[in-house]
Design a protein around this ligand. Sequence first.
Ligand SMILES: [Zn+2]
Length: 208
Amino acid sequence: MTGESGALSTVPAGVWHEPRLRQPGSREPAPGELALVQSFINSHYDLEFEHGADLFASTAALARWLERRGLLGGAADSLSQRDVRRALAVREGLRALAKGNAAGLGLAGLNEAAAGAAIEVRFSPSGPSCVPGGRNPIDRALAIVLAVAARAMIDGSWFRLKICPGEDCGWAFYDHSRNQSGRWCSMAVCGGRAKARAHYRRRRDVSG
Ligand SMILES: [Zn+2]
């Protein structure tokens, strides 16, 4: 898959595929491979089937999510509770990074969960690419997510992936705007709610 800037893909095409998922506020998903990382972070809130359900709530749920993207290689039964905890640590660590609080909670957990999720480098006439090197399925799946995230941090596209500050939201949206001014996952949902709360507070302060 080719990125925005015509950059090479991190992981060879065909290793996984990201379904096109609904986004709040009819935003476009992140371009190219980064859509995988975006969906991974947004797995805390199912917008498609069971509104609000955590898509990593159990080994079976995590297996379904990974399988849907071709990231599990048919090894759905192999996942353990520990694998779920690792996936959650990676998810919340990436959310903390995207929020820009690198010192925040989650990074120690992210690095611990990343241990063993190995990436190997391969070369071809079209350039280098990464392939997962771990032996067990969760190591391989997490390696792909982490490699794509790391690559996006290097090429800069990561910094358009923002976390909505809405109360109980935390949705990762991709800010396609020219001046990168996007703040909410959706102006109609979180932006509107924040505005209503501020309005209510102002009225209350004035009246009492
Ligand atoms: Zn939001």
